[in-house]
Design a protein around this ligand. Sequence first.
Ligand code: ATP
Length: 342
Amino acid sequence: MVSLSCSVSSPLIICSSSSRSATLVRTINRCSYKQKKIICACMAPPQNLRSEGSFPSKFNDPCKPEYLSTVRDPEDDSDILIECRDVYKSFGEKHILRGVSFKIRHGEAVGIIGPSGTGKSTVLKIMAGLLAPDKGDVYIRGRKRAGLISDEEISGLRIGLVFQSAALFDSLTVRENVGFLLYENSSLSEDQISKLVTESLAAVGLKDVEDRFPSELSGGMKKRVALARSIICDTTKRALEPEVLLYDEPTAGLDPIASTVVEDLIRSVHVKGEDAVGKPGLIASYVVVTHQHSTIRRAVDRLIFLYEGKIVWQGMTNEFTTSTNPIVQQFASGSLDGPIRY
Ligand SMILES: Nc1ncnc2c1ncn2[C@@H]1O[C@H](COP(=O)(O)OP(=O)(O)OP(=O)(O)O)[C@@H](O)[C@H]1O
């Protein structure tokens, strides 16, 4: 099972019978339809980990530096966390994805870019297991995902989704929002969860906001709270699986300085970064869907360019502005002239 909560109607969230859970669920059920959109955050590691050693042993401790080596055998696919193979997706008559294939490896920071409506968010949702492809497959650490995440067939990787809107529950405090999945899915005490919430908030540079409600936060703070919610996990578990975070337009609507703060936070919670309290980040890899050039430059190392349902270019971030691909050139310059038509 992928460690991700998808909607308030998901069994992942409302399965617990504990009284604290019931209180939260009652609260959530009073939320507006708008709030019933996907919320995502990491949760306690899944229980259905296979023990037959089907995963490469290098993933036993994703934080050890030796697993982050940049020298990689090009044939070595053991570090692939998520792979989309020839994925197709249509909505009615609209053919959005038309044979998309790519791999996300351990330690990577990848951006998905492309014109509006080209299917970037759709790809994220398919990677997360919130949408099923019409054709093609998604592999999680080498194993084909059978359906959506609620199928509980996939384990070995936690996937968190951070939405543009932050998707916080207005009627819950910051503590309840950040600790939501631990309240729901772990046996930790309230005090333990509260401590983890405070640590998670500190990692994204927030202090003394636990008792506030989302309406009392700025847009940038809400994004940080959403990030804290996505990185919190039950650290008392013996084996923590690697986590991939998927960010959908994390800097949309922010001023340039607030964007820089969020871009640096995204870097800081990655295994190659250091969080706000100086600890190494725990996120194995991340994927960012963005339109913002600053986010492309600052927050990711590799880019996947999606256009008309296909990947038309892939490359390192520093190759983006020098690419001779006319689609990429037009997108990078923002020109009205070129193959991309609006
Ligand atoms: N659940 C859905 N039902 C019907 N159409 C959908 C659904 N989800 C997405 N679409 C359509 O699929 C297309 C791609 O949407 P998507 O949000 O993936 O694009 P995007 O590249 O992320 O766009 P943007 O950059 O504007 O956010 C759009 O035309 C959208 O209206």
